[in-house]
Write a protein that binds this ligand. Structure first.
Ligand code: HEM
Length: 231
């Protein structure tokens, strides 16, 4: 079989362009995470300390979901800046630590606001936040079964726990981001932001960073599912 050297160069160029594109998206995601989480930290501290329960809720959920959980997802991507140099074993360690601390902060933030309220999940923001809470818990549990997939293989085939872990993680992160957008849309956030353009920009930034972050796990989910179905 003869290989056309020109096609190798072309494929090499295409791979190179794709790598640059992915690295750029990764950089943009990090900048957007900084802006969105930064805005949540600013509003939370704007009335000084001690923080009201709602402000504790805002800062804990934003740092938990949009900073730590987002970085946990990104840490496994080959194009992620800070984790690219890590060995796979260490990437998994970083992912687990970020996922567990992020989930703990996010769950604490949700419980704090729930304790403040007498009727629950009455707003779109609250319902989406509840969906995020449920899937975060599920994803934590089956993250453990994925980590020990080999030891658990008698009770749960490794592939199934990995596929469901990715799926639950995508839903949890997506629902948390949608909830955050409704949180930004709330009257008191728009009042604090002082103008609608800033709030709308933050909503757009949240949508963009969420899309960038879930591209990789979504591709992995479909690849693993089709490989599993073919077996
Ligand atoms: C990822 C981020 C967030 C998540 C997952 C989340 C989740 C939730 C959940 C589950 C509730 C409902 C509790 C209940 O009904 O018992 C809630 C309530 C609330 N959240 Fe958030 N939240 C987030 C960010 C924010 C932000 C950024 C703000 C405002 C700037 C905010 C403001 C509020 C307020 C005012 C309530 C009480 C009223 C309501 O239920 O809508 N939250 N949140």
């Amino acid at each position: 079989m003869t290989v056309d050297p020109e096609s190798i160069v072309k494929n090499g160029d295409a791979d190179y362009v794709l790598k640059i594109f992915q690295a750029t998206l990764n950089l943009i995601a990090h900048v957007l995470i900084g802006i969105v989480v930064g805005a949540c930290i600013l509003i939370s501290f704007s009335n000084g300390l001690p923080m009201s329960p709602i402000m504790q809720h805002v800062v804990l959920c934003a740092v938990g979901y949009q900073l730590l959980m987002a970085e946990a997802i990104l840490s496994l991507s080959a194009d992620n800046g800070w984790s690219a140099v890590l060995r796979f074993k260490d990437k998994r360690r970083a992912h687990t630590i970020l996922q567990v601390t992020g989930s703990a902060l996010a769950i604490a933030g949700t419980l704090i606001v729930m304790m403040e309220k007498t009727s629950h999940f009455t707003s779109t923001h609250g319902i989406l936040g509840f969906v995020a809470l449920v899937f975060t818990t599920l994803s934590l549990v089956n993250g453990l079964t994925s980590l020990y997939a080999h030891e658990w293989r008698k009770f749960c085939p490794g592939n199934i726990s990995k596929i469901t872990h990715i799926c639950f993680g995508i839903i949890a992160f997506g629902a948390a981001s949608a909830s955050l957008c409704y949180g930004f849309d709330a009257f008191f956030f728009r009042m604090w932001a002082g103008n609608n353009a800033l709030t709308d920009t933050l909503i757009g930034f949240t949508a963009a960073l969420t899309t960038i972050i879930i591209i990789n796990p979504t591709i992995t989910f479909f690849k693993k599912t089709s490989r599993f179905a073919k077996k």
